[in-house]
Design a protein around this ligand. Structure first.
Ligand code: UDP
Length: 470
């Protein structure tokens, strides 16, 4: 019997690799074989941190491989513009070579490709090689809906042909979707103007093409969270929340080693007493903002767990804590360089989550009924904040002052405001119930996952007829 063999390919960033690894685990649990293709660079990071007790790495059904991203070893991969453009130009040939290599063994032939929509170039390779395509959405589905609506927005003169907003007014993709601010569109606020243009030309237009070409679009979301989008785009199938904790396993695909001493520290704290502070894998603060946050956490007098990634003050220099800070904080605060975030959010000691509102962090907080203090940094995070604060009403936003700083006073007052608001806390718990219900057997996300798995398996019956796809 032939394997049902899926090739999975994420954009090389932490917030893309983790959910696609989780989706891959759902595939292998359902008997599919997965070849997970990272770039050489991220492959090394994932493999290096894929050790330690209880962390299940590659298995018989999941193999991890890599291809080059086209950048030089010393190039700055935080330059998303350069990375994206280089990958779009360089990686198609490398993926073709890999696919040809795999197909030398007839039993290993790829049944379908699941590509991150941010890797839109994969669609052309799939078409050329006659392999069926599904697209994965690691962001909110609303952001993908926006991507798929770009042509219409150009026709309606909301955007010019380069994606630049022509009007300073909020837009709504459909009456059942939240308003969106063009100034916060991903390709408008991700970097400088050159980076923004590359992101629009390659990632957005490429993503739109791939999503249109794909037979299915699978999303780390749920019907309940984004009903407006799913009714607008029936091809989008929510299969979320994709969480390791759903299966009582540990999160995989980390780029850094997690410090699990914070879990023992959490065990010693009172129920719902701890502020969890983490801003994902990309956010950068300057030293002044870092100090302001440090002092604010001190002012709250509450226990806090704070993820401080080293070397991220913008110039690869580590942050400096205020004078005497560590002595004053003592064991009330715990700082780690990388946390096992899903387990942290699942811990009963957590009271609230101060977050940059990356989509994975958003899904993880929501799935654990944790209320948010929203501090978006860039890209889609501003829209995710809208979901949290205005639509689901499970959090409050932190505002910058005229100098662009979120002050110590603002942070302290919003922590108090959130923790004294029983309605927000109750909303968070109710939303958790709804969202977690979706993955129960026979419910929406479970059904969609099965629909997708059936589609993959159907594909094997059609092997040999794939020429029709070219
Ligand atoms: N994460 C983690 N430990 C940390 C911080 C983050 O495991 O200390 C994980 C988090 O659980 C999430 C991912 O890293 O799955 C970050 O993705 P997100 O979309 O929230 O933000 P990004 O890093 O893309 O900005």
């Amino acid at each position: 019997m032939k394997n049902f063999h899926v090739l999975v390919i994420p954009y090389p960033a932490q917030g893309h690799v983790i959910p696609l690894m989780e989706a891959s685990r759902c595939f292998t649990t359902n008997g599919l074989k997965v070849t997970f293709v990272n770039t050489d660079f991220t492959h090394k990071q994932v493999i290096n941190s894929c050790s330690g007790p209880g962390i299940d790495g590659p298995s018989d059904l999941l193999q991890m491989v890599s291809i080059p991203d086209g950048m030089e070893p010393c190039d700055n991969r935080n330059d998303f513009g350069k990375l994206t453009k280089t990958m779009f130009q360089f990686m198609p040939t490398k993926l073709e070579e890999l696919l040809n290599d795999i197909s030398k063994n007839d039993d290993e032939k790829i049944t379908c490709i699941v590509a991150d929509y941010c890797m839109g170039w994969v669609a052309k390779v799939a078409r050329k090689m006659g392999i069926r395509l599904a697209v994965f959405c690691p962001s909110s589905t609303a952001v993908l809906a926006l991507t798929m609506s770009v042509q219409k927005l150009m026709d309606d003169k909301v955007l010019n042909c380069k994606g630049i907003p022509l009007k300073d007014q909020m837009i709504q993709l459909s009456t059942s979707m939240p308003f969106m601010n063009p100034a916060n569109f991903l390709w408008v606020c991700v970097g400088d103007s050159t980076t923004n243009q590359i992101i629009f030309d390659f990632l957005i237009l490429g993503g739109m093409e791939a999503a249109e070409a794909a037979d299915h679009i699978i999303c780390n979301s749920t019907m309940d969270l984004e009903p407006g989008v799913f009714s607008m785009f029936p091809k989008m199938l929510p299969i979320g929340p994709l969480l390791a904790t759903n299966k009582s396993t540990r999160q995989v695909g980390h780029f850094w080693n997690e410090d699990s001493t914070c879990l023992t520290w959490l065990d010693q704290q009172l129920i719902r007493s701890v502020i969890y502070v983490a801003f994902g894998s990309i956010t950068i603060f300057n030293q002044q903002q870092f100090e302001e946050l440090a002092l604010a956490l001190e002012d709250t007098k509450m226990p806090f767990l704070w993820v401080v990634r080293p070397g991220t003050s913008g110039h690869n220099i580590d942050y400096v804590y205020p004078n005497g800070y560590m002595d004053r904080i003592g064991t009330r605060g715990k700082m780690v360089s990388w946390a096992p975030q899903q387990e942290v959010l699942n811990h009963p000691a957590i009271a609230c989550f101060m977050s940059h509102c990356g989509w994975n962090s958003t899904m993880e907080g929501v799935s654990n009924g944790v209320p948010f203090l929203c501090w978006p940094y860039f890209a889609d995070q501003f829209f995710n904040k809208t979901y949290i604060c205005d639509i689901w009403k499970t959090g409050v936003g932190l505002n910058k002052d005229v100098a662009g700083i979120v002050t110590r006073g603002e942070i302290k007052s919003k922590v108090e405001q959130l923790l004294n608001n029983n309605i927000l806390k109750e909303n968070a718990l109710n939303l958790k119930e709804n969202v977690m219900d979706c993955v129960e057997v026979g419910n929406s996300s479970d059904k969609n996952l099965n629909k997708f798995i059936d589609w993959v398996k159907e594909g094997n019956d059609k092997v040999g007829a794939s020429e029709t796809y070219i």
